[in-house]
Design a protein around this ligand. Structure first.
Ligand code: AMP
Ligand code: GLY
Length: 420
């Protein structure tokens, strides 16, 4: 079978790596890809948000199955274009991807089925939003409605901070994403990520993870796309996962189907856990990055069978083959990230890192040039390892980090601390 993976991050390198573990894959193309994906597959220069171009490329290359990594092509309707052309694809329609693309939409679906989540109100007018904040008090959470590359959420500890956030959002800081604002109750607890495959009808939980969003050790400093992750997440016990399936995932997926927009793909639920109860923080319509790296290292080649079953409506007959293992990913980023950073520095020492079923260096922002690997983004490498315990996975991952010779990069030294 010929498979196309869309995206160029660490998440997509991990997906490509797992797909290649499965003998069903004859030919793999990644678009646009990065230096890591170039080392294991063909790469093609495509505008991955242009559904027409992706469909044409699939026809020209006899592609049987497309795996969509990031949210932008989902929101742009690339899955719809592929399905309309009769090409199997893993990823929700643009209508279903609104679970990530519109926070107000998700809150409304949750309210319709009584799924536990933070109380909220939705505003298109700054004055009414300010009045609501005064009524509710702080802490309170202000969110731009649309996609804002993970930066559209402000946790206001005081009313003054909340009102400043309102001014910022209605002042156009987030463009069209901020023209509508959701104001939410602040939820306390420990956050974890829950990954569920959905084929329109059946939901199958495939794993849990936790990521580290802050740039600095001890979870300090500004937010990032994620500086590391580990799986499983001990805080998300089986009992909590079962309750989250029954109270949150199943009802919202049934409501999506009832409204004529059945969800197909991976649903990533961010859960806030307190006193043994989970509440929904947000949905994402894709795998997390770097959570995908740890999930793929644990799932290996079965990930392709699961994604195919998801795309073909066969999930009911599938089960996940769990191993009693743990995986941990340390992200190496360019100095300066998440602020301004330079591109083009050389990364050495990669060949000194083992690459096998327990150790992988997943590439994110990298570029191959004349046999050298150059940094080409903010988050650059996801050093990922598996072990019988989380401590073993952590020791293996940092053992690889220490072999990498890249003075222009940095990483956190404490990934996994909460669970260890
Ligand atoms: P979101 O983009 O909705 O995931 O928000 C980004 C991050 O903000 C989440 O991962 C949480 O850490 C935090 N957050 C969002 N909503 C809330 C809430 N209602 N209460 C507490 N923290 C929240
Ligand atoms: N690591 C968080 C995300 O992918 O949204």
């Amino acid at each position: 079978m010929n498979i196309l993976v869309l995206g160029s991050g660490g998440r997509e390198h991990a997906l490509a790596w797992a797909i290649l573990q499965n003998p069903k894959c004859d030919r793999l193309i990644c678009a646009p890809g990065n230096a890591g994906m170039e080392a294991l597959a063909e790469c093609a220069d495509l505008d991955i948000c242009d559904g027409g171009q992706v469909v044409e490329f699939c026809s020209d290359n006899a592609i049987d199955f497309v795996v969509i990594g990031p949210e932008a092509p989902l929101a742009a309707g690339v899955a719809d274009a592929l399905r309309a052309a009769g090409i199997a694809c893993f990823g929700p329609s643009a209508a279903a991807a609104r679970l990530e693309a519109s926070k107000a939409f998700t809150k409304e679906i949750c309210a319709a089925v009584n799924a536990p989540t933070a109380g909220y109100a939705h505003f298109t007018d700054a004055q009414a939003a300010r009045a609501y904040i005064r009524e509710q008090g702080a802490p309170i959470v202000i969110k731009a409605d649309g996609l804002a590359a993970g930066k559209g959420v402000i946790i206001a500890m005081t009313e003054a901070e909340a009102e400043a956030a309102i001014d910022l959002m209605f002042g156009g800081e987030f463009g069209a994403a901020g023209a509508e604002v959701v104001i939410e109750e602040f939820m306390e607890g420990e956050e974890a990520s829950f990954f569920v495959l959905v084929d329109g009808n059946t939901c199958l939980a495939i794993g849990t993870a936790q990521d580290h969003k802050r740039v600095g050790d001890g979870d300090t400093g500004p937010n990032t796309g994620g500086m590391g992750a580990y799986s499983p997440a001990p805080v998300l016990t089986n009992a909590i996962a079962e309750a989250a399936m029954a109270q949150i995932i199943h009802p919202t997926m049934a409501e999506m189907a009832r409204r004529g927009m059945p969800y197909q793909g991976v649903l990533y639920a961010g859960l806030m856990i307190k006193d043994g109860q989970a509440r929904l923080v947000e949905y994402n319509a894709r795998f997390g990055d770097p959570e995908c790296q740890v999930l793929m290292l644990r799932l290996g080649g079965q990930a392709l069978d699961l994604m195919l079953a998801c795309a073909e409506g066969r999930l009911q007959k599938m089960a996940v083959n769990w191993a009693e293992d743990h995986a941990l990913c340390v992200v190496m980023a360019a100095q300066g990230y998440p602020g301004a950073y330079a591109k083009g520095s050389e990364i050495k020492g990669l060949e000194a890192c083992p690459e096998d079923s327990a150790h992988m260096v997943f590439h994110a922002g990298t570029k191959a040039q004349a046999g050298r690997v150059l940094a080409n983004g903010g988050r650059v490498l996801g050093i990922t390892a598996r072990g019988a315990t989380l401590a073993e996975a952590q020791a293996r991952a940092y053992g690889m980090v220490d072999r990498i010779d890249w003075p222009d990069g940095f990483c956190r030294r404490d990934i996994g601390w909460r669970a260890l």
